[in-house]
Design a protein around this ligand. Structure first.
Ligand SMILES: *Cc1c(COP(=O)(O)O)cnc(C)c1O
Length: 340
């Protein structure tokens, strides 16, 4: 039975659902894992995650398609990315096939919380892992917990996607050989001051430049950049300190295979940004957020797409990818995982 939730007025906050998945790693092996109703975790005061932030996460969505199925989008890529993250953080990989199974179990067990088609809302799924045994000398934990919970979230943009204003940040997000390319909790902890400061100054997001030369575009705290050139190419920054967004990788395929656009994945110098026709941020949460203006220490870059609407090419990309996700447009092989 569908839950008594006002889907159209949901925000992006935590709402406790019925079941979550939990698996424990001990003595060098993962246990079977199980669904539980208990949303709380009890751990030692000296747990590795509390002292040394050994934790990582993923984020993906389930939603109801036009024909009434519950589906999720490319979960295999989230599984692969979390495995990469775990290796970099000296955490045990949770096997990728079992990882996807855990996602499926959580969605099935909370199917009543998947918002209906047309509501714009979705079920956000949060897999995460952390070191849980006491660690005081700096080293990786010996015991880990892998959990997956979900929470219904509202449409990212109520009443349509309005272009946002962002600033070039004086803070750096990721070091050249650091952890920018993985979804580690620590990347977010260090971004909190920068985003609070940006908001206090009236900006929606930070554009981070490469830490070594501060001449190249990296990303924001939680979304990759895509740009459209005046002759209609999609350009997106390449760097080994950018998190490989699944939305961005999917949009590159949509641009090339569905819209016949040229796609360039390359280093993007900040100096070129003023010449682009459109700018957007991409990630699971919003798919694409249009950027209308970038402020660089008082100097403004205003994109020709303006401050009222998403630019025409971004709109086409957005409509095509969300059309694929919602089952209106045929998806490339393996992109849509039908849950039920
Ligand atoms: C999660 C994340 C993204 C978006 O990735 P998606 O797979 O598209 O959701 C982009 N940048 C950072 C830093 C992220 O953590």
């Amino acid at each position: 039975m569908a839950k008594d939730i006002d889907w159209s007025n949901l925000g992006f906050g935590y709402i406790q659902t019925d079941k979550r998945f939990v698996a424990n790693y001990k003595n060098g092996a993962w246990d079977e894992g199980t669904l539980t109703e208990d949303p709380n975790i009890v751990m030692n005061e000296c747990a590795c995650v509390l002292q040394y932030a050994q934790t990582c996460f993923e984020g993906l969505k389930a939603y109801t398609t036009e024909d009434g199925h519950i589906v999720t989008f490319r979960p295999d890529l989230n599984a692969e990315r979390m495995a990469d993250t775990c290796r970099r953080l000296e955490m045990p990989v949770y096997p990728e096939d079992k990882w996807v199974e855990a996602i499926v179990k959580v969605i099935e067990a909370n199917a009543d919380y998947v918002p209906p088609f047309g509501s714009g809302a979705s079920l956000y799924i949060r897999p995460y892992m952390f070191g849980i045994n006491p660690v005081i000398g700096v080293k990786p934990a010996a015991e880990y917990m892998f959990r997956v919970f979900c929470t219904p979230v509202g449409p990212y943009f109520k009443g349509g996607a309005k272009p946002i204003v962002i600033r070039v940040s004086d803070f750096d997000r990721a070091a050249p050989n650091g952890t920018g390319h993985i979804k580690a909790g620590l990347n977010y902890a260090m971004s909190l001051h920068a985003i609070v400061d940006a908001h206090n100054q009236g900006f929606s997001e930070n554009m981070y430049l490469d830490a070594a030369t501060r001449t190249k575009v990296e990303e924001t705290g939680g979304a990759n950049f895509i740009f459209i050139t005046k002759d209609g190419k999609l350009v997106t920054p390449k760097s080994n300190s950018i998190l490989p967004s699944i939305t961005r990788r999917s949009l590159m395929v949509v641009a090339e295979k569905y819209l016949g656009m040229e796609v360039e994945h390359r280093e993007v110098y900040f100096d070129e940004v003023k010449d682009f026709a459109e700018c957007g941020l991409c990630g699971t949460a919003a798919v694409i957020s249009p950027v209308g203006k970038i402020v660089d220490h008082g100097k403004e870059i205003c994109f020709p797409s303006g401050m009222d609407d998403m630019g025409p090419v971004m709109k086409k990309l957005y409509d095509t990818l969300t059309g694929i996700q919602m089952g209106r447009i045929e998806a490339p092989e393996g992109w849509i995982k039908v849950i039920k």
